[in-house]
Ligand binder design. Structure first.
Ligand code: SF4
Length: 715
């Protein structure tokens, strides 16, 4: 094995290239962490087209976590009251296969669920998909991308006819106006933001507008910060549309030739005049007009968003409302412009390509589409009708399925729902009722392990080979650079082994992840996300490749060519036209009221990642962010009689948590903010999601994790 390994950062969807090397032989004894584990060296890969050598603190320290607190071998127990006992792989896998057969024979395949992760490699996703949606005949395979990007997926589908971000990172340096809404990119997607900030600083004519209830680090860098009230995004977006219409700053040719639905859209936005929008959003008319003028006067507008739009009970409507602005101005399909969702997890994009949500099939196909099901059935050699036409349970529907006894077998892999799901007391109570839960993860202990009957040790990043796709559709090979610890195995190997034990040896006769990927890409043929021209061998030889990348030689790109979608202004809808999808604003699912007068909003910090299974084990990051906290405006702090670091009890209709106060003007009066990273293993009663609610977007089924009503009580 070469000493220098090129791979991809396993944290966020920016997808920065890394170079990893073992400690030099001479330093192997000294280059160890405080627990004596050897630390592999890591640096940015200057040759990676997406990141050009840049990394943030997470990527720079990632190797420090790979040996710590690992689950070394399978463990089992008969009930949650018992301690785990060590088990062999044979014993654990036979128990899983046997239980799956029993549940399928007695209650049907839909009583079996898999809840996976955007941390999966594409190959992991693909075999999980084939096992559940193909062989077992249930679409109950959802992932934590449901909590993250499913509104973006749905928004792209409704507006453009297919999932798939049209833009690429080069657009960050070509835009005239960056419109960032519901994203603290400076902390959550720092390398993307660094590229944008540099372009913004070097070009005085380039505008940056940030829409966020908090004055985040991202907002600090903007020319205009619109601190709208939580839940008023659609009011703002429709209000900008109203002004563009009134000023006649439309691209009529594009609207006429490339879109449908514009008349209905104008009907809706006429209800959003500036005085109404200003009042609802809590911003000045002047600032609203400034934002609308930026859209009207810029030749190239690039919009970017993440959880602030997606994690909402009207998440899809928000995404469509943003895309509507691109359609009315024709700002899509050319350099420097377009709607660009910033993906949360490292391979949530790859997961969407493979169909890693309960309503999807590989190649951006839909479970509900008969032709799509037929295509996949034929490819997998299944009987006609073997793939169910009914979308499977979404993440939250798995929890409600446990509550009513309809889920009898739950398999959780590479995610930590006992911290990340909404309404955590209810989630944990439901997990406790599960008759049989398999938990497959690299680390132990984790919060979710407490709810499992079987623990399977998973190889993690650096211990298995496979691919990941980042936010700009670049596929990178991530090779194993060290053997798995203990008895850990790659997720795809575990899914294949269970498939074989269920009697499907031929369908799961893979001997390498390269073979798995080679099979998957055939299902992308002639789809928006075509990757038939990509293979592990080609990625290893040429480096990362952006899709679409067909195997037709005359269409195949040079390795580093930059591609955008819809450059011919033909979209993925049946008639090739993009759709105006107009929505009125409904606001928060749980607005503040006299009993719960504050809006709680949640988010991430620069250093930590999700539920800390990795970053909580990295000293430098724990020193950066040692404790949870609640941001509160000085005016509210004064009213409550509290000062910096005083403990505040935060109560919602579902639960209670406690946080030290951080008194700051970065948050608006009436709103408070807490980070999402602390589960019950890391702090006492500081779980953000003990407070949040599960009311979800009707189209994307993504819960409104971003906002709920709370009361604050000084302790
Ligand atoms: Fe990793 Fe994201 Fe940081 Fe890049 S920006 S190094 S992908 S966490």
């Amino acid at each position: 094995m070469s000493d220098l390994i090129k791979t991809l950062c396993p944290y966020c969807g920016v997808g920065c290239g890394l170079e990893v090397s073992p400690p030099a032989q001479a330093n192997r004894e000294t280059n160890r962490d405080s627990k004596g584990n050897p630390v592999w060296k890591v640096r940015g890969d200057r040759a990676h087209p997406s990141s050009q050598g840049m990394v943030c603190v997470k990527g720079a320290t990632v190797t420090e976590s790979i040996s710590k607190d690992r689950l070394m071998y399978p463990m089992m127990r008969d009930s949650l009251d018992e301690p785990f006992r060590r088990a062999s792989w044979d014993e654990a896998l036979n128990a899983i296969a046997s239980r799956i057969k029993t549940v399928r024979d007695t209650s049907g395949a839909d009583a079996i669920c898999l809840y996976g992760s955007g941390q999966f490699l594409t190959e992991d996703y693909y075999l999980a998909q084939k096992l559940f949606k193909g062989i077992l005949g249930t679409n109950n395979f959802d992932t934590n991308s449901r909590l993250c990007m499913s509104s973006a997926t749905a928004g792209y589908y409704y507006s453009l006819g297919s999932d798939g971000p049209p833009c690429c990172y080069e657009d960050l340096e070509l835009t005239d106006c960056a419109f960032i809404i519901g994203s603290n990119a400076a902390e959550c997607h720092p390398i993307i933001f660094n590229r944008l900030r540099k372009h913004h600083k070097q070009n005085k004519n380039v505008k940056m507008i940030v829409v966020d209830p908090r004055r985040t680090t991202t907002a600090e860098a903007a020319d205009l910060h619109l601190a709208i009230r939580p839940g008023t995004d659609i009011d703002l977006l429709n209000g900008i549309g109203y002004l563009l219409l009134r000023w006649n700053r439309l691209n009529i040719e594009f609207i006429d030739e490339c879109t449908t639905g514009f008349p209905s859209y104008t009907e809706v936005i006429q209800h959003y005049p500036p005085e109404v929008v200003s009042e609802r959003c809590g911003i000045s008319i002047h600032d609203l007009i400034t934002a609308a003028k930026a859209w009207a006067e810029s030749k190239r507008v690039l919009s970017m968003w993440t959880m602030g739009l997606n994690q909402s009970s009207e998440g899809t409507a928000k995404v469509c409302s943003l895309i509507n602005l691109h359609l009315m101005t024709g700002q899509i399909g050319f350099p420097g412009s377009g709607p660009f969702s910033l993906t949360g997890q490292p391979n949530a994009m790859g997961g969407r390509e493979v169909g890693g949500l309960a309503h999807l099939l590989p190649g951006y196909r839909l479970v509900k589409n008969e032709q799509h099901r037929t295509e996949v059935e034929q490819f997998w050699g299944l009987q006609p009708g073997q793939i169910s036409p009914v979308p499977g349970r979404s993440a939250w529907e798995i929890i409600t399925g446990l509550e009513i006894g309809e889920v009898e077998f739950l398999w959780i892999a590479a995610t930590n729902p006992a911290v990340s799901m909404p309404d955590l007391e209810r989630t944990k109570a439901a997990l406790k009722t599960s008759p049989f839960t398999v938990y497959q993860d690299a680390y132990y202990p984790t919060e979710t392990a407490e709810f499992a009957h079987v623990l399977l040790p998973a190889a993690q990043w650096g211990e298995k080979t496979g691919t990941m796709t980042n936010s700009e559709r670049v596929v990178t090979l991530c090779p194993a650079f060290r053997p798995p610890v203990g008895q850990a195995r790659a997720d795809w190997e575990i899914f294949a082994e269970v498939g074989r034990r269920l009697g499907f040896a031929e369908q799961f006769a893979f001997t390498s992840s390269a073979e798995v990927y080679a099979e998957f890409v055939q299902l992308t043929r002639d789809r928006v996300c075509e990757q038939t021209g990509i293979s592990h061998a080609r990625l290893a030889a040429q480096g990362p490749i952006q899709w679409p990348e067909p195997d037709k030689k005359e269409l195949q790109s040079l390795p580093k060519a930059v591609k955008r979608l819809y450059t011919n202004f033909r979209f993925s809808t049946p008639d090739g036209r993009a759709r105006f999808v107009a929505h009125h604003s409904r606001g928060l699912a749980e607005p503040p009221d006299p009993d719960y007068p504050f809006v709680l909003t949640t988010g991430r910090l620069y250093g930590h990642w999700h539920t800390q299974t990795r970053t909580g084990r990295i000293e430098k990051i724990c020193q950066m962010h040692p404790n949870p906290f609640i941001e509160i405006h000085p005016r509210d702090a004064t009213k409550l009689g509290i000062q910096e670091n005083d403990l505040l009890e935060v109560r919602s209709r579902r639960g209670t948590s406690r946080f030290p106060a951080k008194v700051t003007k970065t948050i608006s009066p009436g709103t408070v903010f807490v980070p999402i990273h602390w589960g019950f293993l890391w702090a006492d009663k500081a779980e953000a999601n003990a407070l949040t609610h599960p009311v979800s977007c009707p189209q994307s089924l993504q819960p409104e994790l971003k906002a709920c009503a709370v009361q604050l009580v000084p302790v």
